[in-house]
Design a protein around this ligand. Sequence first.
Ligand code: ADP
Length: 535
Amino acid sequence: MIEKPTPFNDKLLLNILAVSNEATAIYTTDDIVIQFANDAMLGFWGKDRSVIGLPLEEGVPELKGQPFKYMLQQVLRTGITDNGIISAETLINGELQTNYYEYEYRAIPDDNGVPYCVLHTAANVTERERNKRVIAQQQEEAQALTEELEASNEELRLINEELIISNNELDNAQTQLQAAYNSLEESEIALRLAIEAANFGTWHINSVTRAFITSARLRELFGYRADEEITIEDTLAQITDEYRGLVSKKFENAIYNGDDFDVTYQVVGYHDQVIRWLRAIGNLKADPSGEFSNFTGVVMDVSELRRDEQRKNDFIGMVSHELKTPLTSMKGYVQILKSKADKNQDKFSSDVLDKANNQVSKMTTLINGFLNVSRLESGKIQIDKQVFDMALLVKEVEEESITTITSHKVVFAPVVETIVKADRDKIGQVINNFISNAVKYSPAGSTIEVACITINGKALVSVKDQGMGIAPKDIDKLFERYYRVENNSTATIAGFGIGLYLSSEIVERHNGNIGVESVLGKGSTFWFTLPVNLV
Ligand code: ADP
């Protein structure tokens, strides 16, 4: 038979609690008097048994200012168990440390259910809590790190995207550059081939340093050996005296004023002493800074062309000269016949002989034109200046025109005294050329106005017609040798395109200007100016 165990008395129970490893204390009354505290609890507090019977904050004054007393009072008053983890500053080995305690304050009711004491159990979980906190902190840090990493990852992704875009752009630019380079290379090859095929010499000058780089062919053109080093001065020295000044002037104008550089001149080869005609064309290019300029160009041998031209001019000159003599004789014979017919009052023969005389005059003018061109080209044209009144010259032209021009009404006004120093015959030729063109290129019956005035210190002679006019595209070229406007209206009008060329050369040799204002279909005004003679 099993013996019924003796029930534990309070003392026994307290003894059991006293050896429990779990720190335990019991408090009573609102003052939270320590009724019981086992060794483990005393160890927490760092106290001995003398604290038993004292209010908590008296026995363990280190707890003052902390919420324990209040919490215990609450449990005792309400009977509601309080548990959790609490941190407390505890003096351990003379050092205040934060410790964590898992605690339970449980109200123990009396037989009537009224709480009369609080059972306090506690375990020091500082180590565990610390670890937990360290882990939490580590997690937090890891999280922050992850977020930071994500942010930089995002940034990297964006940068990457940008890099991909710029990479593509670079690729495109590279492709375009390559294409441009290829086409540049192609055009350079084409240019080189063209230059070689045309046997051009090339040169290149830095206008600031004046470094002069030439091709072998250029050196040959100036009579130097292909491998010889030459300077600008060396090339200038080989240009004949007649042209050296002109070339230097054009050269300086091109470099300092950006003028066109296209000049034809004669050289005598340095070693071979061969006379050559050269044409140089240059182009001035400023570098992007605008500070330095490169002057580049080609030189071609135009000797053969010049010789052909010379032969043609000589031929025209010779033929014109040979034709002039029989024409002069013919004119004489016609005039003798006319005076005879007039004497015999043979009106028919007289009229026919007038016409013959006119035709001979026209032919003489034509032949003189050719002769003048050939003289001009070979530099044999002579300007014999004398002082005269332009008004008187115009009056002479007027008298002549009255007999020769019947198809048009020619008005000479205003014609005012204008003293000039010029070649009277040649200026007369210019006026006659303007008037005969006005007759040729305007309808019969229309009016031609000839004027001679002084304006801005210059003599101005103009011939205005009501003819076909000239298209803007032709105006600049009218004064070129052999240039004729080609259209339906001019097709039936005879001419060689030398009259205006001769006129402009004559006016230029007088330091004058020549020009035309024209409206297609309405008429033209040809004019020239000469400096007035002030003395
Ligand atoms: P030509 O009359 O012998 O052809 P010019 O040198 O005198 O030679 O004239 C050159 C060209 O200028 C002419 O062919 C003509 O087309 C044009 N021209 C000259 N004068 C006039 C004018 N008054 N009206 C219209 N065109 C003209």
